[in-house]
Structure formats: C-alpha cells, structure tokens
Design a protein around this ligand. Structure first.
Ligand code: PNS
Length: 182
C-alpha cells in the first residue's frame, strides 16, 4: 500500500496514504479514562491508531515506560485497530517513520489550547505533520494524570476516573503500605 510521506503538503491524489493511520501521543503517567475516551473515538474514525508513549528521559515519572505501555495495552485491548508503541525524540520523526497522517490530541478546556496550538504549529513547521483536535467528553474534562496521582497519594478516591487495573497499580504504588509511603 503506497504511503504519502508525512512531511510536506499533499500534491494530489497520487501517493496519498491509503491507510488512515493517526497517532495519539502522550506521557500517559498513567492513562486515564479521558485519554481512553479520545483513543476510542479516534479508533472509530481512522483505520489505525497508534498510541505513542513518550520515553521521558528528563522528566521523573511515577510509572516506568514499560508499565505505562502495559497499562495502555490492557486498557485498549478491546480495540483491534489500536496499538501501543513507545517513542523518544520528536513526535514528527515517529510520524514519518510510521507513515502516520496526523496527530490526534484532546482538548479539555481553553487553557489547553495555547500550548497545543504552539505544538501543532511547530510540528507542521518541522515536518508538515497535521494535528487534529477532539474536545474531551465533559465527563472527563477535569481529568489530568498529575491530579490523579496527587489524589491517589493522599488516599482520595479516583475510581471511575482511571481503568480498574490502573487503580490497582496506583494503590500498590502510592497507597498505605506502598514501598515509598512513609
Ligand atoms: O501527555 P503529554 O505530556 O501532554 O504529551 C505531550 C507530548 C508527548 C505529546 C509532547 O511533549 C511531545 O510530542 N513530545 C515529544 C518531543 C517533541 O516532539 N517535542 C516538540 C513538540 S512541538
């Protein structure tokens, strides 16, 4: 199947990527039901969705890359056209290497827009990679991985906001009796 290079504007019907493959990139530390809402909706719109987990080398994460990938694989196992990968470096390079047509990002609120707009314009400037925005389901508009971790650290209830297996891992990592909990 011929693939149109992700870089540069399209030059006509010849060479267009016939597989409509998009990427949902992120840190996913951990995946929340808000992320899953965007991933599942993207999977209904496109042939293939790659969930690309950033290997954070400069940022401390609660979960290792392997753990974040594992949680996402479990949480997306019901979607046959979704696969989970990891990446480091620039997302536009990942797009080029994987024949990805566009990046999909969720917008929770106007406050997300400013940084997302900059990233999308930079990614287009760097490699002609488009970004498509989906507004988050209002049920999850207040969800953020960092907030989930904070609440779980202090024993708050985050059930219903993350998949059950993520809930279990949060309890094991942060709850009473967890190795690092004083
Ligand atoms: O879940 P996050 O932390 O909001 O995701 C941000 C992410 C991973 C999409 C963004 O930081 C990213 O694409 N990083 C990879 C490095 C890169 O390409 N930086 C330039 C972006 S314009």
């Amino acid at each position: 199947m011929t693939a149109r290079p992700a870089a540069g504007p399209p030059d006509g019907p010849e060479g267009w990527n016939l597989v409509r493959r998009v990427v949902c990139p992120g840190s996913f530390d951990p995946v929340t039901n808000g992320h899953l809402d965007i991933i599942s909706r993207a999977s209904r719109l496109y042939d293939e969705v790659i969930v690309a987990v950033l290997i954070n080398i400069s940022k401390q994460t609660l979960f290792t890359t392997d753990e974040r990938v594992e949680m996402l694989r479990e949480a997306t196992s019901a979607y046959p056209n979704v696969r989970v990968a990891r990446f480091h470096g620039l997302i536009v390079d990942f797009c080029k290497e994987n024949d990805v047509s566009a990046i999909v990002r969720g917008l929770r609120a106007v406050s997300d827009f400013e940084s997302e707009q900059m990233m999308s314009q930079m990614n287009y400037r760097l490699a002609g990679v488009e970004t498509l925005f989906m507004t988050t389901n209002p049920l999850y508009a207040f969800l953020r991985s960092s907030l989930i971790k904070e609440i779980a650290t202090y024993g708050g209830d985050v059930s219903g906001l993350v998949p059950d297996q993520v809930l279990e891992r949060l309890r094991a990592r942060l709850g009473p009796g967890a190795p690092s909990s004083g």
